[in-house]
Ligand binder design. Structure first.
Ligand SMILES: Cc1cc2nc3c(=O)[nH]c(=O)nc-3n(C[C@H](O)[C@H](O)[C@H](O)COP(=O)(O)O)c2cc1C
Length: 312
């Protein structure tokens, strides 16, 4: 038990600490259970669930880049039915709030998913709407680039459930602060910032893309400054709950996001390098708090000092 109080409250939910995982970057099979005590996480976030199973994009669909990775998984998942049947009972045993990430090709899919998950409120504590996957033809950033479709998806989910809703956005969609304002206006409770940015890497011998989909979503350290900027700007402009996502590899990264006001911290790409990353980041946050005489994480959260700004 940590001597530092990391308890984080959002919209009536209490998290034992701010650490969660980036959707799609964390296993729920035995291999991860060997490394991570799920009950030490503040929240668990699932991979995107769609109404029907999806096989995803052809391989290869991930590759390493100089400061991160590209992925074009294409929302591979076994669909809602299988999730309800096999994963909900598994998560029911874990005493960690569950955030379920959902995506659809049309508002009707979002509605169907939200209605079904609303019935699992004993286990499902919040929904994260993936409105920004760059790797799918329909239902991803391309389709969702139309602002009215994003807003429609948020609206139907709002009508279907009173579970807290986090809208996950990417700069691929346009001005994040502007879209964030709109999704909050139509009923989202908070935001997840940011999803990946579309990128590309070329195999110089074969002179083709290193992933079959040609382009993929860039994640990892390369996108962290963009993510920090948007968390900062959205917190300043709207003050709503934010799950930070983008290049959280170390406790130092996590602390940057806390200082600009992040409520939860989603560790993504780091899990592929070190499956214990979440636990090490958690321990590092506690250590930082101890070193800075911080007894409750809220003393750190949003403590950005404009007056300390170095300016010549
Ligand atoms: C292999 C991989 C799969 C991902 N799958 C999803 C997904 O299914 N749904 C989603 O909303 N985001 C997905 N993401 C995005 C991550 O959740 C996260 O927002 C993004 O990678 C930025 O965080 P990071 O830099 O810490 O990885 C995926 C990312 C990676 C690398």
């Amino acid at each position: 038990m940590s001597d530092v109080n990391l308890t984080t409250k959002i919209k009536g939910l209490t998290f034992r600490n701010p650490i969660t995982v980036g959707s799609g970057t964390f296993g729920t099979k035995q291999d991860f259970l060997d490394y991570v005590d799920y009950e030490r996480l503040g929240a668990m976030t699932t991979k995107t669930i769609t109404r029907h199973p999806r096989t995803g994009n052809p391989m290869p669909r991930i590759c390493e880049t100089s400061a991160g990775m590209l992925n074009a998984i294409g929302l591979q998942n076994r669909g809602l039915e299988e999730f309800l049947k096999n994963k909900i009972p598994l998560f029911a045993k874990i005493k960690t709030p569950l955030i379920v990430n959902i995506a659809g090709e049309a508002a009707g899919d979002f509605q169907h998913l939200a209605e079904a998950l609303h019935k699992e409120k004993d286990v499902v504590k919040a929904l994260e709407l993936n409105l920004s996957c760059p790797n799918v033809e329909e239902g991803g950033a391309g389709f969702m680039r139309k602002r009215e479709r994003i807003l429609e998806a948020v609206k139907v989910v709002r009508d279907a459930t009173d579970l807290p809703i986090f809208a996950k956005l990417s700069p691929e969609l346009g001005d994040v602060v502007e879209i964030a304002r709109d999704v909050i206006d139509v009923g989202a409770d908070g935001l997840t910032l940011i999803n990946t940015l579309k990128g590309m890497a070329v195999d110089t011998e074969r002179r083709c893309s290193r992933i079959a989909n040609i382009t993929g979503g860039l994640s990892g350290p390369a996108i962290k400054p963009v993510a920090v900027r948007y968390v900062y700007e959205v917190k300043q402009a709207l003050g709503v709950p934010v799950i930070a996502s983008g290049g959280i590899m170390t406790a130092q990264d996590a602390i940057e996001f806390l200082i600009v006001g992040a409520d939860l911290l989603a560790v993504g790409t780091a899990n592929f390098i070190n499956p214990r990353a979440t636990m090490e980041i958690l321990d590092g946050i506690s250590q930082y708090c101890r070193d800075h005489d911080i007894t409750h994480i809220d003393e750190l959260r949003g403590s950005f000092h404009h007056e300390n700004q170095i300016s010549g």
